[in-house]
Design a protein around this ligand. Structure first.
Ligand code: UDP
Length: 236
């Protein structure tokens, strides 16, 4: 399967449907970036982060803002929630070695415990919380465990930078950055009800539940949309 990418604010984004993205991811290796407007904004100000995104093996439009942006440019692309792609990869790669890095110690413990109950043949080879000081130590332990799939949930851009280092040492591993997914899998944080998800309003639900997120979303989301409208008519 070939990648079919389009440009949004200078970033190459894959246009796969969910099942295609899953298939492509499962048949290859490297870094999967689950991109959203906050990441695009951060990367526009940081060349290294921008290069890292453009050198990733798969970039799926996670945020609704990215879906809206692509639609404004005329690409009918649907968002792919990282948490769902990560979960589908776990099922798809059943029996193969999986590593988990990220979230608070009690959260990741509970998340892995829940997954073990849900997924038959889940082959967990490495579990590490996300509040470590010694990157090299964790990197070496991860290399030793040699996972086929590594789920990294440290928040952005920490997880992307960690994956960038790790993928060079583990060329046959699929890495995916998953933000707050372990918090959801642990049962501590609830995802928005389906109606919010369907309407693309998951961000609104999360902002109501965690008002401190407000600062992160506003003014990023409206500014991002304005920039894409400018891109459509004038260019980046
Ligand atoms: N996290 C972590 N190490 C850190 C900072 C954050 O493991 O040094 C975890 C945090 O516990 C949470 C996730 O990373 O589980 C970030 O969640 P958030 O919802 O903020 O992700 P984002 O929206 O940035 O993708």
């Amino acid at each position: 399967m070939e990648r079919k990418t389009v440009k949004l604010q200078g970033f190459s984004i894959d246009t796969f449907k969910f099942d295609e993205a899953l298939e492509y991811a499962a048949e290859n290796s490297g870094q999967i970036v689950t991109i959203n407007p906050e990441m695009i904004q951060a990367a526009s100000k940081n060349k290294d982060f921008a290069n890292l995104i453009n050198n990733s093996e798969l970039v799926v439009p996670d945020g609704i803002g990215v879906e809206i942006g692509l639609n404004i440019l005329g690409y009918k692309v649907r968002r792919i929630a990282g948490i769902e792609l990560g979960r589908a990869l776990i099922d798809r790669l059943s029996g193969e070695p999986v590593a988990f890095i990220g979230a608070k110690p009690d959260i990741i413990k509970k998340a892995v415990e829940n997954l073990k109950n849900e997924v038959k043949n889940l082959n967990v080879v490495y579990v590490q919380d996300g509040y470590f000081k010694d990157d090299e130590k964790v990197l070496n332990e991860l290399i030793q465990s040699s996972p086929r799939l590594a789920l990294i949930a440290l928040g952005s851009p920490k997880q992307e930078l960690f994956i960038d280092k790790a993928k060079k040492k583990l060329p046959n591993t699929i890495f995916i950055g998953l933000g707050g997914s372990f918090d959801v899998w642990s049962g501590v944080v609830q995802r928005a009800p389906e109606v919010y998800q369907r309407l693309g309003l998951e961000w609104l639900y999360r902002t109501i539940k965690e008002p401190q997120r407000f600062k992160r979303i506003f003014p990023t989301l409206p500014l991002f949309i304005l920039k894409v409208i400018k891109e459509k008519f004038i260019g980046v």
